[in-house]
Write a protein that binds this ligand. Structure first.
Ligand SMILES: Cc1cc2nc3c(=O)[nH]c(=O)nc-3n(C[C@H](O)[C@H](O)[C@H](O)COP(=O)(O)OP(=O)(O)OC[C@H]3O[C@@H](n4cnc5c(N)ncnc54)[C@H](O)[C@@H]3O)c2cc1C
Length: 487
């Protein structure tokens, strides 16, 4: 079945009820099976009258708040979150692909926050863990016995010289990641959908002799959903082959793509990397991987991107070691483009990075300093974290936050009850990598390596069923189950 036919056959704008979502889970063999470890309901609970503050009302903050309100029946739970609207951020890629609209990925945060929770619509401007309090922009200081940090991460578009988020949607520049979590808007999804259309139009009037030049970038910082830069690369190219929702002739020969990133692999897990390097990239025939090219500067008016390119060169011959010394040199490389997709450098939320809660030195500087297993702060035992802000080596995805949720709640309750936290996060990360319209390689992995939820199927194979699951089911499960602490 072609993706377009299947899309028309299956796509419905109507939402699904929680009941229908549960039925779908049954039909699909259980979404939990498809997305990591079995659904886990907190084993522990407490009736202690403690004061818990959660900061941040995105995926992780809502999951933590909802689960805590069930497990700690007498606790006073305060959520500090400025956003009235909740964004289902993974859907920004389907917006770019022309399959979702912005309203498909927006819901009211009030739909998920239990009535028993004290919701303070404000931002934290300072963390003071020595005195167990936070300062807010409009509501003064708020004290806590226990704190959960769920502020996510920040984009640093300005970290690229000449770049700013205002340029997204202009001069052939797009960036699917761009969103405003406080306003609840996803400008990156809207702009990238237009970018797909503009690119197709330009390719229709180009030729194989004079193709349009497209660049897709990935920064050298940790990013959320590490596969998204490639999702845009493959889907925009496949759209030129006529496989997007608007169809059309195959004009992909009229375009060349350069994918520019740090390192010499497309994915950190070898099994998934092999599929991408040996099958997916060659299948397109017009994509070149530019290894160790990191975007440093953009000249939007003249459409020139400048990359820092690290090159290994042979140095002097070492008689003792009987080999050449390898010297790394850096050169700046300019590339002209017609269309560029920029993934911004990302960093921990400034208010966390500047507080005593952040890691103080090394490559993880600024991220929340938690134990990789228990998610408990290493220096402040009454502080825990969830989601992208965590200073752990893996897991900047919504799927990871779903796994953090029950672990952090169980461990926090153990601490409230005067016990040691024992639940462990295994590094679970999920990336539904869209290799073309109608196919996804469901890359699941943890601290140890691949971690398929359904090992009977080779996880390195792109499949239609994962595409269908992601496009038609996952969003509903997110609203109906994950955001309600049921999954
Ligand atoms: C384009 C794109 C594609 C993605 N694809 C996938 C995917 O396919 N699968 C997947 O699992 N994940 C995907 N993700 C990642 C996923 O959306 C995030 O990992 C997830 O949202 C992390 O949750 P979080 O709560 O840590 O951060 P967020 O959901 O970003 O929420 C952080 C919240 O904290 C609030 N906040 C920040 N600072 C403060 C403060 N000082 N005071 C109060 N509140 C504050 C913000 O307003 C925000 O609401 C994707 C993300 C993007 C952008």
């Amino acid at each position: 079945m072609s993706s377009k036919v299947a899309y028309e056959a299956l796509h419905t704008k109507e939402g699904m009820s929680r009941r229908d979502a549960l039925k779908v889970m049954g039909l699909t063999g259980g979404a939990a099976m498809m997305m990591g470890a079995p659904t886990k309901v907190e084993a522990s609970s407490t009736d202690k009258a403690v004061n818990i503050v959660v900061v941040g009302g995105g995926a992780g903050g809502i999951m933590a708040t909802v689960r805590l309100s069930k497990a700690a029946s007498n606790a006073k739970i305060t959520l500090i979150a400025p956003n009235e609207t909740h964004l289902y951020q993974p859907g920004q890629v389907f917006m770019a692909a022309g399959l979702y609209t912005e309203s498909d990925i927006q819901r009211k945060n009030a739909d998920f926050i239990p009535d028993s929770v004290n919701w303070v619509k404000d931002e934290v401007t300072h963390f003071d863990p020595d005195n167990n309090k936070v300062t807010t922009a409009k509501n003064g200081d708020i004290s806590y016995d226990y704190l959960v940090v769920a502020t996510g991460l920040e984009y640093n578009y300005e970290g690229i010289e000449g770049m700013s988020k205002d340029l997204v949607g202009q001069h052939g520049i797009s960036s699917v990641y761009l969103n405003d979590p406080v306003a609840g808007t996803a400008r990156g999804g809207v702009a990238t959908a237009q970018w797909f259309k503009d690119m197709r139009k330009a390719a229709e009037s180009a030729s194989p002799e004079k193709p349009i030049q497209v660049i897709c970038t990935q920064p050298d910082t940790p990013i959320k959903c590490g596969g998204a830069p490639q999702k845009i690369l493959y889907l925009s190219d496949d759209n030129l082959r006529g496989n997007g929702p608007d169809g059309g002739e195959d004009v992909s020969k009229n375009a060349t793509f350069n994918f520019c990133k740090k390192g010499t692999t497309l994915f950190g897990v070898p099994a998934y990397n092999k599929t991408l390097v040996e099958e997916v990239t060659p299948m397109y025939g017009n994509i070149t991987d530019k290894w160790d090219h990191v975007l440093r500067k953009i000249d939007a008016e003249n459409k020139i991107a400048t990359f820092e390119h690290k090159v290994q060169k042979k140095g002097a011959y070492d008689e003792d070691l009987e080999e050449y010394e390898m010297i790394t040199t850096t050169e700046m490389v300019e590339m002209k483009y017609d269309f560029i997709h920029i993934v911004p450098p990302m960093r921990p939320t400034t208010v966390v990075a500047n507080s005593k809660l952040g890691i103080t030195k090394g490559s993880g500087k600024g991220w929340l300093e938690v134990d990789f297993d228990t998610l408990q702060h290493l220096r402040y035992p009454n502080v825990f974290g969830i989601g992208d802000i965590l200073g752990v080596p893996k897991g900047k995805t919504g799927g990871s936050a779903r796994h953090h949720g029950p672990i952090l709640v169980d461990n926090l309750i153990s601490v409230i009850e005067g016990k040691k936290p024992t639940e462990k996060f295994d590094g679970y990360t999920v990336c539904p990598l869209k290799t073309q319209y109608g196919e996804i390689m469901l890359a699941e992995f943890d601290y140890e390596g691949i971690a398929p939820s359904f090992p009977i199927l080779d996880p390195s194979r792109p499949r239609w069923m994962w595409w269908a699951f992601d496009l038609y089911i996952l969003k509903t499960l997110y609203w109906q189950l994950m955001m309600r602490g049921l999954m």
